[in-house]
Design a protein around this ligand. Structure first.
Ligand code: ADP
Ligand code: MG
Length: 680
């Protein structure tokens, strides 16, 4: 890559810009001044009046205009919480919910968790005093189970509506319904982009309140040829900007924690090598599992004379606004969960972003001054290869979890549910079939007792089923630990570049001969034996933060087990029982050894492989169960455990037939299910 040529042509006229930016940096605004400087501020009174006049209002404004942080405060000040009711505001992402709540608490000068709080899966940081509550859309979806009329809220804000996550899409239907019988509830749908008309139409032509954006021009640069290694290209581009461009912070979009960590390491290494010749470069990561103190760092103002580079997932696309970004580097990819409704297989893949996303990303460079966006793809690719818009989640992911929650809410007729964009019929039917196979629905499509218990868990139905099955197999202690470790969602194994050999040896010490579920259970149990020690983690190359989170999640799960009346008992000496309980939940995820190190999934005959990090990578047992599929160069199974095929007949007799476990031929679901699914 070589942006330098293009940049040098533009030459020295930019010295002037540098002065402007550094002036901006110097002018450290107080909190009060910052609030007043936001684009939404002049519209405060008009906005409140519109909310008083209309029950439903669509609010549209550019990212960073102050919608998320300011509007709830305006409503609070205007008396919308005087009757003891709360203002709720949903966010599609955990980090955003936590981070904006922290910011608003700071602006209001209160302690986080008191008047201003947040609630995310497995973590509730609110109290009786809370009047402004940020939460993930998934959390609100589940709150309907305990409070179907949202009685404790006076205003509900469905924020970042343009993100069109599955939960947000379902919330649209649920909150719309509530406004009909709760005329006192105010509903705001807030969006960063141009979908406002569509939302307005859906919400019975609700008025649109537009907050005019301020955006400085952003110059866009493309590469001349496609980049083979975009991580390396990011690193080079950051250094080129740092060496040749006026001060101003850089935002780089990557797809996940691993990539971000690699990039951080590469940048640290290369800046160290360059030494004192360049100005200071402060390197900061942002991703979903980042601990809170690190999250706060990205918002700290850059010291004078230094430059900050923030490496973020697409959380920084619209959910979080980092001030002072002048340069954006966009490799053009994001991680996406994709579901194939023909095969019923779900996998996490890195995919090209849409034009709409690319433009959002570029826009992040133009908030405080004219900016520059470096796209690590060609202008041709932008024009011809990127889709216009990202497909809403509801049309591309597994609906099992959503369908189970809706059924638990008593919404039986899903075909006629009020969807903004309906999911494909096959996906809906498949979700119903899966829930039927898991025993959550009966053949009329009604929730069973087991289904009701499963719905108590804020997890994937398969994980919920595994937890329930631990009752029968008398291993709830172990299964809860495994479930907690699986929910942490990032590897607990720490693998620093300069100590890879030590780290891998340490990791292998935990390996269980039957696979990864038991391996992560080993890690958890040994850590617990060390009295949850930090030192132990350090010595064993284990990420303490992830373990701490797993411990919190475990505690929550134990509470939920109590609710569904499952006693905590241990079966540590019998791992067959533990593996059977896992199989009872994940019997959809079975693969059989085929040849050449390949596996074939049992129902659909797809070729998959054991992930190189797995304890079973070199073992290759005949039958395995996996937690998830990740698509990189190949379709990899992650978290793999050996099972015996006859267990499948024991845990899922209605789903597997003994013949199919011998020759793994393709079998359809029992006819009755397919037929009755149409009646749901
Ligand atoms: P919008 O929702 O319209 O995109 P926000 O309300 O999120 O806008 O952002 C308004 C301002 O608040 C931005 O300048 C942003 O940088 C700032 N902000 C948001 N969260 C934090 C935080 N945790 N710390 C510091 N500033 C923040
Ligand atoms: Mg926002």
């Amino acid at each position: 890559i070589d942006f330098i040529q293009a940049l040098q042509l533009e030459g020295n006229q930019e010295k002037k810009d540098e002065e402007k930016i550094s002036e901006y940096q110097k002018a450290r605004l107080t909190i009060e001044e910052t609030k007043k400087s936001l684009p939404v501020f002049p519209f405060r009174d008009a906005l409140i009046e519109a909310i008083r006049n209309y029950q439903i209002l669509i609010v549209e404004g550019e990212t960073g205009s102050g919608k998320t942080t300011q509007i709830p405060q305006y409503l609070h000040e205007a008396g919308f919480t005087d009757d003891g009711k709360k203002i709720g505001c949903t966010q599609p992402r955990r980090v955003a919910a936590m981070s904006v709540a922290a910011r608003v608490a700071q602006e209001m000068n209160v302690k986080l968790g008191n008047e201003v709080g947040y609630s995310i899966r497995f973590e509730d940081c609110t109290s009786d005093r809370t009047v402004i509550k940020y939460m993930t859309d998934g959390t609100l979806h589940r709150e309907f189970l305990s409070e179907p009329d949202l009685a404790s809220y006076s205003v509900m804000i469905i924020d970042e509506a343009h993100e069109r996550t599955l939960h947000t899409d379902i919330l649209f239907g649920l909150v719309k319904d509530i406004t009909r019988f709760r005329p006192d509830l105010k509903l705001l749908i807030s969006s960063a982009t141009l979908d406002a008309e569509k939302f307005s139409t859906f919400f019975d032509d609700a008025p649109i309140f537009r907050i005019p954006g301020r955006r400085f021009p952003v110059n866009i640069y493309y590469t001349k040829a496609p980049e083979a290694d975009y991580i390396d290209a990011c690193v080079v581009t950051v250094l080129q900007i740092h060496a040749t461009q006026p001060l101003g912070d850089i935002l780089v979009f990557l797809t996940g924690q691993e990539e971000i960590e690699t990039c951080v390491e590469m940048l640290q290494e290369r800046t160290k090598r360059i030494g004192k010749k360049l100005k200071e470069l402060i390197i900061l990561p942002v991703y979903a599992n980042l601990p809170t103190d690190m999250q706060a760092k990205i918002f700290e103002p850059t010291p004078e004379g230094a430059r900050k580079v923030v490496l973020a997932t697409n959380i920084a696309e619209t959910s979080l606004t980092i001030d002072n970004i002048i340069y954006v580097i966009d490799p053009g990819f994001a991680k996406q969960n994709n579901f194939n409704s023909k095969t019923g297989m779900e996998s996490l893949m890195v995919v090209p972003i849409s034009k709409a996303s690319a433009n959002q990303r570029a826009g992040r460079a133009g908030r405080v001054a004219a900016g520059k966006c470096f796209r690590l793809y060609t202008a041709w690719a932008y024009k011809h290869e990127l889709e216009d818009n990202t497909v809403p989640e509801i049309q591309r992911i597994n609906l099992g979890n959503a369908v189970l929650t809706l059924k638990a809410l008593g919404i039986n007729d899903l075909i006629h549910f009020d969807f903004l964009d309906p999911p494909p019929h096959e996906t809906l039917v498949l979700a119903l079939e899966q829930l039927y196979a898991l025993g959550a629905l009966n053949h009329h499509g009604e929730l069973t007792k087991a289904g009701r218990r499963m719905a108590e868990f804020p997890t994937d139905p398969m994980l919920a089923k595994m937890l329930l099955a631990s009752e029968k197999y008398k291993c709830s202690e172990e299964i809860v630990s495994i479930a907690a470790m699986l929910s942490v969602n990032s590897s607990v194994f720490y693998r620093p570049k300069d100590k890879i050999i030590h780290a891998d040896t340490a990791r292998k010490n935990f390996f269980h001969r039957h696979g990864d579920h038991l391996t992560i259970m080993n890690v958890y149990n040994q850590w617990a034996d060390s009295d949850y020690s930090v030192q132990w983690c350090y010595e064993n190359f284990i990420q303490y933060r992830s373990m701490k989170r797993a411990r919190d999640v475990r505690e929550q799960l134990v509470g939920l087990m109590e609710r569904v009346e499952i006693d905590m008992v241990s079966s540590i000496s019998d791992d067959t029982n533990i593996r059977k309980a896992i199989t009872a939940g994940y019997f959809y995820h079975i693969a059989k050894f085929s040849k050449g190190g390949h596996y074939k999934t049992v129902k659909h005959n797809q070729t998959v492989m054991i992930h190189p990090n797995s304890a079973l990578f070199e073992e290759l047992p005949r039958w395995v169960i996996y937690h998830e599929l990740v698509f990189t160069s190949k379709e990899f199974m992650r978290q793999v455990t050996e099972i015996e095929s006859k267990w499948l007949l024991e845990v899922a007799p209605h789903y597997y037939k003994s013949k199919e476990l011998e020759d793994s031929t393709n079998k359809k679901m029992p006819k009755t299910v397919g037929k009755s699914a149409n009646n749901f």
